[in-house]
Design a protein around this ligand. Structure first.
Ligand code: NAD
Ligand code: TYD
Length: 359
C-alpha cells in the first residue's frame, strides 16, 4: 500500500510521554504526517514532556495530561477527536517498583486498561464505520514467566505464568483485551514484546542506569549472579512491528515481538562498559568495569526471557533491523549527547527511589 492509497488515521496514544510511547509517537508523526495523533499521559515519574519536544509545532499533534482511569475524560477525547485507533502504552512498567508498591500497577494496568476498553467499546457503538478501527494493546513477554536454559523461546500459545506484580497486572490487562474482542468485537490486537532499549529510556531501567552510573563514576549494581538472560530489542524496531500490526494484524490475535538477542545481564553490562570507555571523552573511573558490584537479587527474579517472533515475521513480514552492538552504540551515543535530557531526571524523587533500592 502506498502513502497515496492509505486512508489517514486518528490515533489516541496512551502513555505517549513514556519511553516506548514517545518513540512510537515520534516514529508515527514522522512517517504518517497526515494522521491526527493525540497523546494522553498522566505524567507520572516515568512520563516526561521533553520526550515529545518539537512535536507540538505540528498541527496534527495534541498532548493531553490525564489518567486512563478517568472515564469521562476518555469519552470526551474519543468523541471530540473522532478517534479510530487506540495505541495503548500507558502502564506502570518497572518490576522493581511493583515489588516495592503494587497498588499503582493494579490501578493503572488492570483498572485503567478496563476503563479504556469500556470507553472505546462505547465510542464504537456510536460510530457507523468501525471496520478499520483498532485497539492496539502493547504488552510484555514477562506475562509468560521464566524459562530454563534449554526451554524453547516463548511463542503466542505459551501459557501465561507471571511472577511479579508487574507481569501479573499486564497479564490481567491482556486477558481483558482478548475478552473484549471475543465478547464485544472490540477490534483488539495484542503484542507481547521483549525488553526494549534506546533513546528516552528512564534511567532506573538497566541500560540507562548503567550508562549514567558509568558517566558519574557510581557503582554498577548487578542483581544476584548476573546470569539472568533478557532478549533485547531496539525500540524503533518495536515501533515498526507495532506499525505492521496496526495496519495488517488480524483482529483478536496476539503477536510476539523479539530481537532474537539473548544476552546475560553481566555480559550486557560489560559491553556497556567497553562502549563507554571507548566513546565517552572523560570518565571519572576507567576502566569502568571496575565499578561492577554484585548486589542482593530481586525477589522472584525471572531467570530467562526469549521470544519466538516467527508469527510476526512470516505473517506480517517484520524483522528487526538493528543488531545489539549497533543498537547499544546508538544508545550510548544518545545518552552522551543528551545530558540536558537526563540531568533533570536525577531529581530528589529519583535519589530517594535509588536510596530505597540500592541503599
Ligand atoms: P514507561 O514507564 O516509560 O512509560 C509509561 C507511560 O505511561 C509514562 O509516560 C506514564 O506517565 C504513563 N502513565 C502511567 N500511568 C498512567 C495512567 N494511569 N494514565 C495515563 N498515563 C499513565 O513505560 P515503557 O517502557 O514506555 O512501556 C510502555 C508499554 O510497553 C507498557 O505497557 C509496558 O508494559 C510495555 N512494554 C515495555 C517494555 C520495555 O522493555 N520497556 C517491553 C515490552 C512491553
Ligand atoms: P529491567 O531493565 O528492570 O527490566 P526487566 O526486569 O523488566 O527485565 O532489568 C533488566 C534486567 O537487569 C533484569 O534481569 C534485572 C537486571 N537489573 C540489574 O541487575 N541491576 C539493576 O540495577 C537493574 C535496574 C536491573
Amino acid at each position: 500500500m502506498t502513502h497515496e492509497e492509505r486512508q489517514s488515521r486518528r490515533l489516541l496514544v496512551t502513555g505517549g510521554a513514556g519511553f516506548i510511547g514517545s518513540n512510537f509517537t515520534r516514529y508515527w508523526c514522522d512517517r504518517y504526517p497526515e494522521d491526527r495523533v493525540v497523546v494522553l499521559d498522566a505524567l507520572t515519574y516515568a512520563g516526561n514532556l521533553s520526550n515529545l519536544e518539537g512535536l507540538a509545532d505540528s498541527g496534527n499533534f495534541r498532548f493531553v495530561r490525564g489518567n486512563i482511569c478517568d472515564r469521562p475524560l476518555l469519552e470526551t477525547l474519543l468523541a471530540e477527536e473522532n478517534i479510530d485507533t487506540v495505541a495503548h502504552f500507558a502502564a506502570e512498567s518497572h518490576v522493581d517498583r511493583s515489588i516495592l508498591g503494587p497498588d499503582a500497577f493494579i490501578q493503572t494496568n488492570v483498572v485503567g486498561t478496563f476503563t479504556l476498553l469500556e470507553a472505546f467499546r462505547n465510542h464504537l457503538a456510536n460510530r457507523s464505520e468501525v471496520d478499520r478501527c483498532r485497539f492496539l494493546h502493547v504488552s510484555t513477554d514477562e506475562v509468560y514467566g521464566s524459562l530454563d536454559p534449554d526451554d524453547p523461546p516463548f511463542c503466542e500459545t505459551t501459557p501465561y505464568a507471571p511472577n511479579s506484580p508487574y507481569s501479573a497486572s499486564k497479564a490481567g490487562s491482556d486477558h481483558l483485551a482478548r475478552a473484549y474482542y471475543h465478547t464485544y468485537q472490540v477490534p483488539t490486537v495484542i503484542t507481547n514484546c521483549s525488553n526494549n532499549y534506546g533513546p528516552y529510556h528512564f534511567p532506573e531501567k538497566l541500560i540507562p542506569l548503567m550508562c549514567l552510573n558509568i558517566l558519574l563514576g557510581k557503582p554498577l549494581p548487578v542483581y544476584g549472579d548476573g546470569q539472568n538472560v533478557r532478549d533485547w530489542l531496539y525500540v524503533i524496531d518495536h515501533c515498526c512491528a507495532l506499525d505492521a500490526v496496526i495496519h495488517r494484524g488480524t483482529l483478536g490475535e496476539t503477536y510476539n515481538i523479539g530481537g532474537n538477542n539473548e544476552v546475560k545481564n553481566i555480559d550486557l553490562v560489560r559491553t556497556l562498559c567497553r562502549l563507554m570507555d571507548e566513546m565517552a571523552a572523560d570518565l571519572p573511573v576507567k576502566p569502568s568495569e571496575t565499578l561492577i558490584t554484585f548486589v542482593k537479587d530481586r525477589p522472584g527474579h525471572d531467570r530467562r526471557y526469549a521470544i519466538d517472533s516467527t508469527k510476526l515475521q512470516t505473517s506480517l513480514g517484520w524483522e528487526p533491523s538493528v543488531t545489539v552492538e549497533e543498537g547499544l552504540r546508538k544508545t550510548v551515543q544518545w545518552y552522551l549527547n543528551n545530558e540536558a535530557w537526563w540531568k533533570p531526571l536525577l531529581s530528589e524523587e529519583y535519589q530517594s527511589y535509588y536510596a530505597q533500592m540500592y541503599g
